[in-house]
Design a protein around this ligand. Structure first.
Ligand code: FAD
Length: 502
């Protein structure tokens, strides 16, 4: 097998530098050179500030020091996302990064909760969730490594300045031998017999050749679409929002350890508190609302003073029909786009890089590797898509045609199947190999008033009085644990003061 000798990464946004750092960390010591090309003139998309817990594992794989990373990216802690006005106006719930309670007599906690609720003996589901109660109290302490401890039942992610993260990973990558080339690519060369990409030509005439090309060129998909025409599967029938307007503002209070997503009349607004500012945006559907009106709804709802003029972005939800095609792998916005409702884009970039490394090709490019990669990434995209559609579909709002149509409109068959099972007896299926696990689905179902008709009949085997005591003890332990935690602000100060190992 003829090994890959040269990797070319096209694009230096978040996807480009995550790819560069991930490849540089794992391929070190091998005779493979990595070159990244980016164009300051074209720039990056410049949004993407909220993450999910997998970023911690990616950072750990790179060997990043957490305190140093948090200081340099102005990061805050994220224990989940607060959804306001999604079920009905005036309601709110948190999708936490962590479990509701623990299994009782071998059955999921929520099955016992449903039975206890039917008897009128259960508290609100959030009172059994440590990350929700800590988040609402503005508290944070890192999870415990003792699996028997309540403190081990949650996870966390970060809210950060994504352009600072890209700069951080650039320094990391360059220190590990990645070369960076500034320039605008004007054409792509392909082998005449099979269309494999052999090189790219820059505006000044320089040619950069390679064996494997990672297309991180953003929405334009310079190689995967521009050259290879892989095709795009459009998902706007399920996720019709097609624009966003973003604007940072000043902070007026200590940052909350959670992101907020507030449903608006024709879409939703995000609020992401960082150490030095708050990131805000409004995702909306252009067939219902004008850009000006969408921007006004954003600016009217800011916490503090506007720091930059609102910036508009356009997108089409969906995914590339082939994310790996011939010797090109599309990573980041070039691979597809799912709106940032559950902060999944950076996660998908990191899954792409780790999956590529698991299936790392040789210069012959076995089609089986390409097929397997596409199978894995297709599933990741589909599972996230279903989860996002659930948020729109499970609404009871009547204040705009947008929400009524989301409730009454089509949903993917795979989601209809999951919801039918849940409605019957509270079973959460189809999550096991995907990114969003049982508590995530439960959070949205319960938070948006989708309650099953029944519960698992095996709950009847447990003594209700004993179950009620376990649940009461758990809620009390959650309260005690939260009371003992430091505030999120105090945790951030400690991280700012922590010494970075040499
Ligand atoms: P880009 O940032 O567009 O980078 C493209 C790169 O390619 C640039 O360096 C550019 O210079 C280069 N390039 C392009 N053409 C050429 C050329 N001809 N020659 C040379 N170089 C070229 N993700 C999250 O995880 N969390 C969030 O909260 C979140 N919020 C978002 C909100 C919105 C409104 C949008 C649109 C996206 C959001 N995302 C979020 C997604 C996130 O922004 C992207 O996944 C991430 O920034 C990666 O972008 P990228 O690197 O693929 O593309």
């Amino acid at each position: 097998m003829d090994p890959i000798r040269k990797i070319v990464i096209v694009g230096g946004g978040t996807a480009g530098w995550i790819s560069a750092s991930g490849l540089a960390a794992v391929l070190k010591g091998l005779p493979i050179t990595i070159e990244l090309i980016e164009s300051a003139e074209i720039g990056t998309v410049g949004v993407g500030e909220a993450t999910v817990p997998h970023i911690r594992y990616f950072n750990a794989r790179l060997g990043l020091d957490e305190a140093d990373f948090m200081r340099k990216t102005q990061a805050t802690i994220k224990l989940g996302i607060q959804f306001c006005d999604w079920g009905r106006k005036g309601e709110a719930y948190i999708h936490p990064f962590g479990a509701y309670g623990h299994a009782i007599d071998g059955l999921p906690f929520h099955q016992h909760w449903l039975a206890a609720r039917a008897r009128g003996e259960a508290g609100p589901i959030e009172t059994y969730s440590l990350p929700i109660m800590a988040g609402l109290a503005g508290k944070f302490a890192p999870p415990s490594s003792d699996p028997r401890s309540l403190g081990s039942t949650f996870n966390y992610a970060y809210q950060f300045d994504a352009s600072l993260y890209a700069q951080y990973l650039r320094a990391y990558s360059e220190a590990r031998g990645v070369t960076r080339t500034e320039g605008k690519i004007t054409s792509v060369q392909q082998r005449p017999n099979d269309g494999f990409v052999t090189g790219v030509t820059l505006e000044d005439g320089r040619v950069v050749e390679g064996d494997l090309f990672i297309d991180c060129s953003g929405f334009r998909g310079l190689l995967i679409e521009g050259a290879l025409q892989a095709g795009y599967e459009d998902w706007t029938q399920w996720l019709p929002c097609d624009r966003a307007v973003a604007a940072p503002c000043a902070s007026v209070e200590a940052p909350t350890p959670y992101t907020r997503a507030t449903a608006d009349r024709f879409g939703w607004r995000w609020r992401i508190p960082l150490q030095h500012r708050v990131g805000n945006g409004h995702v909306y559907c252009s067939s219902y609302v004008s850009d000006d009106e969408a921007a006004r709804a954003l600016v009217e709802n800011l916490d503090g003073e506007l720091q930059q003029d609102p910036r508009f972005l356009r997108f089409v939800t969906g995914r590339r029909k082939k994310q790996w095609f011939k010797n090109v792998v599309a990573v980041g916005l070039s691979s597809g786009f799912l709106e940032p409702l559950e902060s999944t884009s950076i996660h998908l970039i990191q899954v792409a890089v780790t999956t590529l490394l698991e299936l790392f090709p040789h210069r012959g490019f076995d089609p089986a590797d390409e097929d397997e990669y596409n199978r894995v990434m297709d599933l990741e995209f589909e599972r996230i898509r279903d989860f996002l559609v659930l948020h729109y579909h499970a609404n009871q709002r009547d204040d705009s045609p947008f929400w009524i149509e989301r409730r009454e409109g089509p949903i993917p068959d795979s989601l209809a199947y999951k919801m039918a099972l849940f409605r019957e007896r509270g079973a959460v299926v189809g999550y096991k190999d995907g990114f969003f696990l049982e508590p995530s689905w439960l959070a949205v179902y319960f938070g948006q008033n989708i309650l099953p008709h029944g519960h698992d009949p095996l709950v009847a085997a447990s003594d209700p009085a004993r179950t009620a005591k376990i649940m009461a003890d758990l809620a009390a332990a959650v309260t005690r644990t939260v009371d003992a935690m430091p505030t999120h602000a105090a945790f951030l100060r400690a991280m700012a003061d922590a010494r970075t190992p040499a």
